[in-house]
Design a protein around this ligand. Structure first.
Ligand code: SAH
Ligand code: SF4
Length: 335
């Protein structure tokens, strides 16, 4: 892994070395990830949440939104749809919703595993009772995504009432120890976040090490106290993503929905050239989709759109499971 000092990271993020940064990110992507863009099927199965993250529309105290939960059958039907389109990863995401008990989630994972043995299962269901993570792994989940959001301890505590950054990191370490392909990430442009905070985020995200890194710009949600807050400039997000490619070499980094919401899908095309190697296609049933309002005007893409964007970036759509690229790197002895 390329190791940069905090000051070097800051000079990249400030735009002083843009030409080198973007060329090098493209080169590193070609070398370590090839030209493949992995497609993931995303299913947002519950908008209930017991957390109160200040920036998020799903926060517990927001009474203005319609909440929904998919039934086990609805989830399995959506997974069947994902599978029938040839996609071999399902990402199950939700608010932190303990009504989905350990038993229920295990039974859903077990059923997916039974019906589609070759399919990878990624969970993005937030913080759970400690024993749940191992149980989910044991019944067949492969990957777990838990974003740290920011590595500034104070900002983290302010943004996440009742939560702590040290617990979040401890859970990530636990997930890794269990054997999950582990993902994390941050939000760029959170209110009160500084340039130094972003540099610290890069240092953490590239050093952990992580198999997948989800990064998105902050986007306001009308029913939160940050409704008037601006999103970051797209240049800032670009530099952050390119620098992550440079520092992590082979982590899976999606060109996120939040990036497309900020700057349009042509920015996703660019992102597939300056470092991102994953696209998420939304398979949440239409009648629920609007209600998963973590932020406003969420831009989602269809599978056809994902194929089109990939072609525009002169890259190749890949329907494989797309497991972590880390082990092969280690076998090479270069990890
Ligand atoms: N409840 C789970 C997963 C669902 S939230 C969890 O929090 O881990 C998924 C992601 O949405 C969060 O990790 C956060 O980074 C992102 N998010 C929430 N509100 C956002 C906003 N206003 N702008 C950008 N990203 C946001
Ligand atoms: Fe809940 Fe996740 Fe939104 Fe926080 S970010 S309020 S945990 S859905």
């Amino acid at each position: 892994m390329a190791v940069y000092s905090n000051n070097e990271v800051k000079s990249f993020l400030s735009g002083e070395r843009d030409t080198f940064l973007f060329e090098e990110a493209n080169r590193v992507q070609n070398e370590f990830c090839g030209d493949r863009i992995f497609i993931r099927g995303l299913l947002e199965f519950s908008s209930f949440c017991n957390k109160n993250c200040l920036y998020c529309g799903l926060r517990r105290d927001n009474r203005e939104i319609v909440r929904y939960r998919l039934s086990r059958e609805e989830i399995l039907a959506a997974v069947s749809e994902i599978h029938s389109r040839g996609i071999n990863t399902v990402v199950l995401q939700s608010g932190d919703d303990l009504s989905f008990s350990r038993k229920l989630i295990c039974s859903i994972i077990g059923e997916i595993r039974k019906r589609y043995p070759g399919m990878a299962i990624t969970l993005s269901v937030g913080e759970r009772p400690m024993g749940d993570y191992q149980a989910f792994y044991d019944c067949g989940a492969d990957r777990y995504l838990l974003k740290v959001e920011t590595m500034n301890k104070k900002l983290y505590s302010f943004m996440h009432p009742g939560q702590s950054l040290s617990k979040r990191v401890m859970i990530l370490e636990h997930l890794k120890k269990i054997g999950f392909q582990t993902g994390s990430g941050n939000i760029i442009g959170l209110p009160y976040q500084s340039e130094n905070d972003l540099a610290e985020d890069i240092m953490f995200l590239s050093g952990f090490p992580l198999d997948m890194i989800g990064v998105g710009p902050f986007i306001a949600q009308e029913h939160t106290s940050f409704r008037e807050e601006a999103s970051p400039r797209v240049e800032k997000v670009r530099r952050f993503l390119a620098l992550l490619r440079l520092t992590t070499k082979n982590a899976h980094i999606p060109a996120t929905t939040a990036l497309a919401t900020l700057a349009g899908d042509q920015e996703q095309v660019q992102a597939l050239i300056y470092g991102c190697n994953v696209l998420m296609v939304n398979f949440t049933p239409g009648k629920y989709r609007e209600d998963y309002c973590i932020y406003d005007n969420k831009y989602t893409i269809s599978l056809d759109k994902a194929v089109e964007l990939t072609r525009k970036a002169s890259r190749a759509v890949c329907f494989d499971r797309g497991d972590s690229l880390k082990p092969s790197l280690d076998i090479d002895g270069t990890g």
